[in-house]
Write a protein that binds this ligand. Structure first.
Ligand code: UDX
Length: 454
C-alpha cells in the first residue's frame, strides 16, 4: 500500500474528552496521517488536547460549555450523557463550515464510540461516520449482552451473587460484569443501548485491539453486526514515519526514569490506576503498607485526585518514604509507556483500563489486576483467566493480600514463569501482527482502501 494513498483526503476525528480515549484517537490520527490523510481533530473545550503535541494536525475546538467543576459534580455516566447532548449543536455548526470548504475531500468522520450523538449530526450532512472503539472486543461483547443479562436478572449487580458464574458468557462470573456504581441504573441501560444502535448505524468500526488477542470476540462481532470492522491495534506500536508524540492531560514526571535506572533488572512493581479511578482513604493506606511489606521496590502513581478530598500524600505516616530507604518512588503522573518498557519493571499493578492492559502486553510485563469499574472488570478476567498473563487481587484491598500477590508475581516459581512466558508470547504476537502481512498491517490497508471509497 502506497504511503501517500490518502493524499488529498481529509479525515475528521473526534475524541471523547478523557485521557484513556484522547490518547488512542490521536494515535489513530498519526496512523492515518502516515497513510497520507490530512487530519482534523474536532474536540470539546473541556479537557482540550494540546495542539502543540501534534503540529501536523488541525485542531478545531467546539464550545460545549462544560466546566471542570460541573464535570466533577457528576458520575461518569451522567457526564457522558451530558457531553452527548451538549456537543450536538456546536458540532453541527462546525461541520457546516467545514463542508463548505473545497480544499480537501472529507472522507469521513471518526468518532469515539461513546459519542453516539455524532451519528445523527453526520447523517444530517450525509457524512459517513466510522466508530473508534478504544476498549477491547471481549468487553464490548459483554456490553452488547446487557439487555439479555438484565432480563436474566444479573443486573443490577448484587453483592451476594458476585461469585456466581454468568452461564451465558463463560468464563465470566457476576463480579466480572461491567457494572458502574450509579444512582441511575436506567441511564446505564439506555446509554449502552444507544451506543449499540449507533454502532450498527455507522459505516464501520476501528478497533484498538488485534486479531490474535481477541479472535473469537472479533469474529462473533462481525457475524452479529454485519458492518465492516478493522482491528488494527495496538495503535501505539505502529511505526510512524514521524515519531508519534504522546499526549497527557497531566504532565509526566520523568524523574522516575532515572530512579528506575538505579534498580535491578525486573525488580520493580509499577502501580498505577489510570486517569479516572479513585480509591478510599482506607484502601490507600492498605496499598501503602502492602507495598512497604512486600520488600520489592515500587513506583507508584498517586494522582492528586486518586483519593477524593485529599491534596496528595498527607495520609502517609510521617517518615514512611524515608523508612523505605529509597525502595519507593511516588509520582503524580508517569511517562507510562516508557516506564513499562524499562528493564527494571517486573510487574504492573493496574486497574486494567484497556490502554494500560495493551501497553503492558506490548512490553511483556505481567500484571496484578485490581479492576474498579466498567470494562476493567472484563479485561481483568481475560488477563488472569484467559490469557493468563496476570493475577487478580481478590476480595477487599488488604495489606496482607497485597503483599502475598506481589510476592507471587515477583517470585521465581513455576506460576510466575508461566505468566511471564504467556505475556512474552503475546508480545511476540504484537510484533508479528504489525509486520508486513500481519493481521493489523493487512487490516489497516483494508481500512485505508475502504475510507478512500466512502
Ligand atoms: C478509561 C477507562 O477507565 C478504561 O477502563 C477504558 O478502557 C478507557 O478509558 P483510564 O482509566 O484512564 O481509561 O485507563 P487506561 O485505559 O489504562 O488509560 C490510561 C492512559 O493513561 C494510558 O495510556 C496510560 O499510559 C496513561 N498514563 C496513566 C500515563 O501516561 N501516566 C500515568 O501515570 C498513568
Amino acid at each position: 500500500m502506497e504511503k501517500e494513498s490518502g493524499k488529498g483526503h481529509k479525515v475528521l476525528l473526534m475524541p471523547s474528552p478523557f485521557q484513556g480515549h484522547i490518547t488512542p484517537l490521536l494515535q489513530l490520527g498519526d496512523i492515518l496521517y502516515s497513510k497520507g490523510f490530512s487530519i482534523t481533530i474536532i474536540h470539546t473545550s473541556f479537557n482540550s488536547p494540546d495542539p502543540s503535541t501534534h503540529p501536523h494536525f488541525t485542531f478545531l475546538p467546539i464550545h460545549e460549555s462544560l466546566s471542570q467543576s460541573e464535570a466533577s459534580s457528576m458520575d461518569s455516566l451522567r457526564l457522558v450523557d451530558l457531553i452527548n447532548s451538549r456537543i450536538k449543536q456546536p458540532l453541527k455548526e462546525c461541520l457546516a463550515k467545514l463542508m463548505l470548504s473545497k480544499e480537501d475531500t472529507i472522507s469521513c468522520f471518526i468518532a469515539d464510540a461513546t459519542l453516539h450523538s455524532t451519528q445523527s449530526v453526520c447523517d444530517g450532512f450525509e457524512l459517513p461516520r466510522l466508530v473508534l472503539r478504544t476498549g477491547g472486543a471481549a468487553s464490548f461483547a459483554v456490553f452488547a449482552s446487557i439487555p439479555l443479562l438484565r432480563e436474566k436478572g444479573y443486573f443490577p449487580v448484587q453483592e451476594s451473587r458476585l461469585e456466581e458464574p454468568v452461564v451465558e458468557l463463560p468464563p465470566l462470573k457476576v463480579k466480572d460484569l461491567p457494572w458502574f456504581e450509579t444512582r441511575d441504573p436506567e441511564l446505564f441501560y439506555n446509554l449502552t443501548s444507544t451506543i449499540f444502535d449507533t454502532f450498527k448505524a455507522s459505516s464501520g468500526v476501528i478497533w484498538n485491539t488485534f486479531e490474535e488477542l481477541e479472535s473469537s470476540s472479533i469474529s462473533n462481532f462481525s457475524k452479529e453486526f454485519g458492518i465492516p470492522i478493522y482491528p488494527i491495534g495496538p495503535f501505539h506500536k505502529h511505526h510512524f514515519p514521524k515519531p508519534s508524540s504522546s499526549f497527557s492531560l497531566l504532565t509526566p514526571d520523568t524523574s522516575c526514569i532515572s530512579w528506575l535506572d538505579t534498580k535491578e533488572h525486573k525488580s520493580v512493581v509499577y502501580v498505577s490506576f489510570g486517569s479516572i479511578a479513585s480509591i478510599t482513604e482506607a484502601e490507600f493506606l492498605e496499598l501503602a503498607w502492602g507495598l512497604a511489606h512486600s520488600n520489592h521496590p515500587f513506583l507508584w502513581v498517586v494522582r492528586p485526585d486518586l483519593v477524593r478530598g485529599l491534596e496528595w500524600l498527607e495520609l502517609l505516616p510521617d517518615g514512611f518514604m524515608e523508612g523505605l530507604g529509597g525502595r519507593g518512588c511516588i509520582v503524580k503522573w508517569a511517562p507510562q509507556e516508557e516506564v513499562l518498557g524499562h528493564e527494571a519493571i517486573g510487574a504492573f499493578w493496574t486497574h486494567c483500563g484497556w490502554n494500560s492492559t495493551l501497553e503492558s502486553i506490548c512490553e511483556g510485563v505481567p500484571m496484578i489486576c485490581m479492576p474498579c469499574f466498567g470494562d476493567q472488570k472484563v479485561n481483568a478476567k481475560y488477563v488472569s483467566d484467559v490469557w493468563k498473563v496476570g493475577l487478580r487481587l481478590e476480595g477487599k484491598v488488604e495489606r496482607v493480600e497485597i503483599e502475598r500477590v506481589i510476592k507471587r508475581i515477583m517470585g521465581g516459581d513455576d506460576e510466575r514463569k508461566e505468566i511471564r512466558e504467556n505475556v512474552l508470547n503475546l508480545k511476540e504476537k504484537v510484533n508479528l501482527c504489525l509486520k508486513e502481512g500481519g493481521s493489523s498491517y493487512n487490516c489497516l490497508n483494508a481500512l485505508v482502501n475502504y475510507m478512500l471509497r466512502l
